[in-house]
Design a protein around this ligand. Structure first.
Ligand code: CA
Length: 489
């Protein structure tokens, strides 16, 4: 479990420079949706929905099975992706604005000679920096009749649906791009974020369907800490009338009402995803038509995972698998074997180093992730990490989710709800659904101690040693959550 990060960085930097600097540098299309759980992509699980266009990336490229968010919530994940740093270093632990003076991967890609653009949901409380072109939703943005901001001003897309608007803007920008340089586009969908408002004709189709329930919809939380009982992200208790798009049926109570709420939630959530899948299809079709599909690294991911009734929950935040895990699919012509998979542990702080490595650039020391390019052949270097560090700060947040940190290895997970000094430990091999907390079991004490040592090692390595941001009073100010950035700045 103990690995020297410096040696990994040195080896991988060396590999990546040698591999990609000499050849023509690829375009990069990074498509990220918001709150799209991997188990709502048929390449990962076909129980809930068919996503043929997203699946094409897996069929013609690589499916990553263990990509995790360092802090499973929208704004912090976006900041980590841009900076290659954990929240305690990049200064975005909760819903606070990113420092506009911060040098991000966009600046570095631009300096490396790429045309850089950012289309769609930004949600970092400031105007994007380092991009040649940007067109963003203010704050969370709207599903219907969305407004988008550019440097020059704003435009309302009356009568249009946000996923389609973002797709058309991305295609228009790629058509207008300078052809003498490669492009780096971040295309960020708003969907399928709450309030899960699909296109009406797609919604109608999904409202006629019955969605399979997860095995843990009625999880009793036996043996778990207070955190999972005290949360307010429960299908049974916390979905409001706006979420279910209407009044609750008369006379329905208890488990029957929970089941009804689950159906209403999931029908709309999955309908939103159907439009995202169509968007991916449109983008692939466009790249093909332009004759640049195989020269473009196409990535599909989400800013974190999401609970789809798992453990009786919606939303994210907790370090449990459904929330922690990000879908991550990569297609890159013949450079990645079709239908390949990768099980190595990756973190969203690896994305920025990956982009730079593809551009033939050195990964700067300030970035805490490593390039994923050495994994593209399906193997993993012997020194690759075998554990990852997680930390969530937003207590009580919108859902009374207790702050926590933890470590996930290839076989186990240890979580500390540090506000209460309560712990959970799971054997992910024997108990992948994370139902049996073994933290206090006598037979688990050796592994618990080993995980605590690994947790301490990761905290030291990642410089999260001063308990920064554990207290809400120390959170960075100037939160612009739900506020539109000024188009004039
Ligand atoms: Ca999100």
């Amino acid at each position: 479990m103990k690995r020297c990060r410096e040696s990994i960085v040195a080896i991988l930097a060396c590999c990546s420079m040698g591999t990609f600097a000499a050849q023509q540098r690829p375009n990069i299309l990074f498509v990220m949706s918001d709150d799209h759980a991997a188990h709502a992509i048929s390449a990962y699980s076909d129980k809930l929905i068919q996503t043929p266009h997203i699946d094409r990336l897996a069929k013609e490229g690589m499916k990553f099975n263990h990509v995790f968010a360092a802090n499973s919530i929208c704004t912090p994940s976006r900041a980590t992706i841009l900076t290659g740093q954990y929240s305690h270093i990049n200064g975005v632990p909760v819903f606070n604005a990113i420092d506009t003076n911060k040098v991000t991967v966009a600046h570095r890609m631009s300096k490396a000679g790429y045309y850089t653009s950012m289309i769609g949901k930004w949600h970092l409380g400031t105007n994007p920096q380092g991009f040649d072109h940007w067109e963003i939703l203010p704050g969370q943005g709207d599903y219907h009749n969305p407004v988008l901001y550019t440097r020059e001003g704003s435009k309302k897309y009356q009568g249009e649906y946000v996923t389609e608007v973002i797709t058309q803007l991305a295609i228009a920008d790629l058509k207008a791009r300078p052809k003498d340089k490669p492009f780096f586009m971040m295309m960020h969908h708003k969907a399928p974020h709450r309030s899960w408002d699909p296109k009406e004709e797609v919604a109608k189709k999904w409202r006629a369907k019955t969605i399979p329930e997860p095995a843990t919809l009625f999880d009793t939380y036996e043996g778990r800490t207070e955190a999972i009982r005290e949360q307010k992200q429960s299908i049974a208790r916390n979905l409001n009338k706006r979420d279910v798009k209407g009044p609750y049926p008369e006379g329905l109570t208890g488990d029957a009402l929970t089941r009804w709420c689950y159906q209403r939630y999931m029908q709309d959530y999955l309908a939103c995803i159907e439009s995202v899948d169509e968007s991916v299809g449109e983008m692939l079709k466009f790249l093909e038509k332009e004759g640049i599909l195989d020269d473009t690294v196409v990535i599909y991911t989400s800013d974190q995972g999401f609970f789809l009734g798992d453990h009786g929950l919606y939303d994210k935040r907790f370090m449990y698998e459904e929330s922690l895990k990000m879908p991550f699919l990569v297609r890159w012509g013949k450079n990645i074997k079709a239908g390949s998979t990768q099980d190595a542990i990756c973190v969203n702080c690896d994305f920025a180093p990956t982009f730079l490595s593809l551009a033939g650039e050195k990964v700067p020391a300030e970035m805490q992730g490593v390039s994923l390019t050495p994994l593209f052949d399906g193997t993993a270097p012997a020194q690759w990490r075998t554990s990852m560090y997680y930390r969530y700060y937003h207590t009580p947040g919108d859902h009374n989710t207790a702050r926590h940190f933890g470590v996930r290895t290839t076989t186990h997970k240890l979580i500390c709800f540090d506000g209460k000094d309560q712990w959970e430990c799971y054997d992910l091999v024997k108990d992948p659904a994370e139902l049996h907390n073994i933290y206090d079991k006598p037979e688990a004490q050796a592994v618990v101690q080993e995980l605590k040592r690994e947790l301490a090692r990761l905290q030291k390595e990642l410089k999260d040693t001063d308990n920064l941001y554990a207290d809400p009073a120390t959170w960075p100010k100037s939160s612009s959550y739900r506020q539109a950035p000024s188009a004039k700045k």
